[in-house]
Design a protein around this ligand. Structure first.
Ligand SMILES: [Fe+2]
Length: 275
């Protein structure tokens, strides 16, 4: 069976809007366009685009977890699925820690607005407990996969995903608002440095393949190139580091290299069970 994953509109504050397995229960965030007249984009605009793309990685992972939770039945499938849940939590925490430690304070300093990111940082606390609950569930259930309950996974996700996805949207206007300051290049450098520091803290065999696997290079017709690395470097990273937990990445909804979505999630699971 071949089908496409379709993006549907929805207000994340209203919770998920699932109507078919191949639609995104939580809507992806559309990105702003860059200038087409050849003018140099402001650093804050470039930062916002990258931030959107990273936020969509998180939303795709949430949607994948919701979709796969009731589909995984066999021990190996459940184990790999729970590992995917764990990596999702670790990547989300790493993203927010990097913002709080390396990026937001520097933006506030550079723009002379100490409180500029305060509301966004405060929102980090609104979903932290839910993320931790998911991580605990995944870790405990991996030891005894017979205890896996899709209802429990969906309950945990729905307890924090509305707050998380609302936060992921709310952060962008703050970043875009920084276009009013003339130090775009400095803002851009701060962001790049923060991302670099975050990447240095990431686990190469888990968080990096997770991010690459949940980014869809074909999103919005592939209008943004992300990550901004040569394709052969990305392929090398996927090949070198992705192999350690290869089975976990079956649960990624997209793959950044080819920009093609999975044909069907059932196939992802059943292909594995035939190994
Ligand atoms: Fe963010």
């Amino acid at each position: 069976m071949a089908t496409n994953v379709k993006v549907i509109a929805g207000d994340p504050s209203q919770g998920r809007t699932k109507s078919s397995p191949f639609e995104h229960p939580y809507a992806l965030i559309p990105t702003p366009s860059l200038p087409t007249d050849g003018s140099k984009p402001h650093g804050a605009l470039l930062n916002a685009v990258e931030m959107f793309l990273v936020h969509n990685i998180l939303i795709r992972a949430i949607n994948s977890i919701l979709y796969h939770a009731p589909l995984v039945k066999l021990h190996d499938d459940i184990k790999d699925f729970l590992h995917f849940c764990e990596v999702f939590v670790d990547f989300t925490n790493l993203h927010h820690d990097s913002e709080e430690e390396h990026i937001f304070p520097e933006w506030a300093r550079a723009c002379g607005q100490p409180d500029i990111m305060n509301e966004n940082v405060a929102e980090h606390t609104t979903f932290h407990a839910g993320l931790q609950e998911l991580r605990n569930y995944a870790k405990q259930t991996r030891d005894d996969t017979t205890r896996h309950s899709s209802e429990e996974v969906i309950r945990i996700i729905d307890s924090f995903a509305p707050a998380l996805t609302t936060h992921l949207r709310n952060e962008i206007p703050t970043v875009l608002q920084m276009q009013q300051y003339p130090n775009g290049d400095e803002q851009r450098k701060i962001f790049a440095k923060g991302v670099e520091k975050g990447a240095a803290q990431a686990d190469n065999t888990t968080q990096i393949p997770f991010a690459l696997g949940c980014h869809d290079a074909g999103f919005e017709g592939g209008k943004h190139r992300f990550p901004s690395l040569p394709w052969f470097v990305i392929m090398g990273v996927v090949w070198w580091y992705g192999g350690t937990h290869k089975a976990t990445w079956r649960f990624c909804l997209a793959i950044c290299i080819v920009g093609q979505r999975r044909r069907s999630f059932e196939i992802v699971v059943s292909e594995h069970t035939r190994r």
